[in-house]
Design a protein around this ligand. Structure first.
Ligand SMILES: [Zn+2]
Length: 372
């Protein structure tokens, strides 16, 4: 694992927040970092250079979706994911497990494997820990994930415990199945919102010596306060010297709260999904561009943002694009929202480095809440 190194530049003295540099085979990621989601090897509507201009250093792609379409064998034949999607920077792929449990028709789950039906054509497919690693090795991302079982947040304790133990068992098998040495394989801590189960999960995974750890199974319907509390008792079990990734989270305030609690890496579909639906995140809180109030609004979307949408267009024009169902609307708002998330993590890095995280968090939350 010589291709990777994680350096902590600063750790906040009042909070658990930290700022670091993560070296990967395809470049450095400054942490805290936000990864835009390119489900099908594309961050919808955006060219790699536009993505890069927002400050994004690393993107995420989904193993389940790519394994179904076009197939990991085709991506491999085409030179791997970086070349295929023309993204030169670091890439992370998830294991496919989350979609098997949430999107596909799960048919049978055993310690050996998950058997499920494709959501595209209904065909019967299998995913085992070994297969999840093989697919991710074919795709060729810099950071790959162990196959985990992600039960619903409100599942009964026995089911949560079984999922934790299966996740640990599968993590060992993933580690043993890994052939390539230029991909960082992360273990995923599960356990719902139970301190006992999260501790059990971390204690099972940390001795396996993964180069980084993810916290999975959050932002799946639990209250934000439960997510933050879960991070409070989970993060201290993770090694200080390794990157920590909170999967699929979240809203700007969730990122703020999670960085505060010592998380380094994030991904979420919100900036792009909301962008396509005319909802923008701004320095003063969310803006819904379909609202009639913006019909003659000459102001930029966010005067503190230097993205193309904010520096070249008025709110009135952006609203018009959505009302007229023009595709540029979704493109510009996706671009802006990603730029907004990148500025947020950049500001957080600066706040850690200057020892002002608690103050930054208080000011930011007050500002967002004042508007909503
Ligand atoms: Zn902008």
């Amino acid at each position: 694992m010589t291709h990777f190194a994680f350096h902590l530049d600063a750790t906040d003295t009042e909070t658990a927040a930290r700022a670091g540099r993560w070296e990967t085979p395809h470049g450095v990621v400054d942490t805290p970092a936000f990864m835009p989601v390119g489900t099908l090897a594309t961050v919808k509507g955006l060219l790699p250079e536009q993505l890069k201009a927002t400050g994004a250093q690393m993107v995420l792609s989904n193993t389940y979706h790519l394994a179904l379409r076009p197939g990991s064998d085709i991506v491999k034949e085409m030179g791997g994911l970086h070349k295929f999607m023309d993204w030169e920077g670091p890439i992370l792929t998830d294991s496919g497990g989350f979609q098997v449990f949430s999107l596909a028709g799960l048919r049978k789950l055993t310690d050996e494997k998950a058997v499920f039906r494709s959501h595209i054509d209904g065909s019967l497919l299998e995913l085992s820990p070994e297969k999840a690693v093989k697919i991710q090795e074919d795709l060729g991302a810099d950071c790959i994930m162990c196959l985990d079982e992600c039960p619903p947040a409100n599942d009964v304790p026995e089911k949560i415990k079984a999922a934790v133990d299966r996740t640990t068992l599968w993590a060992k098998r993933c580690r043993d199945a890994q052939v390539r040495d230029d991909q960082a394989l992360f273990g995923i801590v599960q356990g719902g919102i139970s301190e006992e189960m999260r501790t059990r999960s971390a204690e099972g995974l940390v001795p396996l010596g993964f180069p980084g750890y993810a916290v999975g199974g959050l932002s799946v319907g639990e209250a934000p306060v439960d997510m933050y509390r879960t991070l409070d008792f989970t993060v201290p079990h993770l090694p200080v010297e390794k990157p920590r990734y909170l999967m699929g989270v979240g809203r700007p305030e969730d990122i703020l709260e999670a960085v505060y609690r010592g998380i380094d890496l994030f991904d979420c579909v919100l900036p792009t999904r909301n962008g396509r639906n005319a909802m923008a995140f701004t320095s003063d809180g969310p803006v819904r561009l379909r609202n009639a109030v913006h019909q003659r609004d000459e102001r930029p979307l966010d005067p503190e943002c230097d993205c193309t949408a904010c520096t070249r267009y008025s709110r009135a024009y952006l609203r018009h694009l959505f009302i007229a169902k023009e595709m540029l609307g979704g493109i510009l708002l996706s671009l802006h929202n990603i730029a907004f998330y990148q500025k947020l993590v950049r500001d957080l890095r600066n706040a850690v480095n200057s020892g002002t995280v608690a103050q930054f968090r208080a000011n930011q939350l007050a500002r967002w809440q004042a508007q909503s």
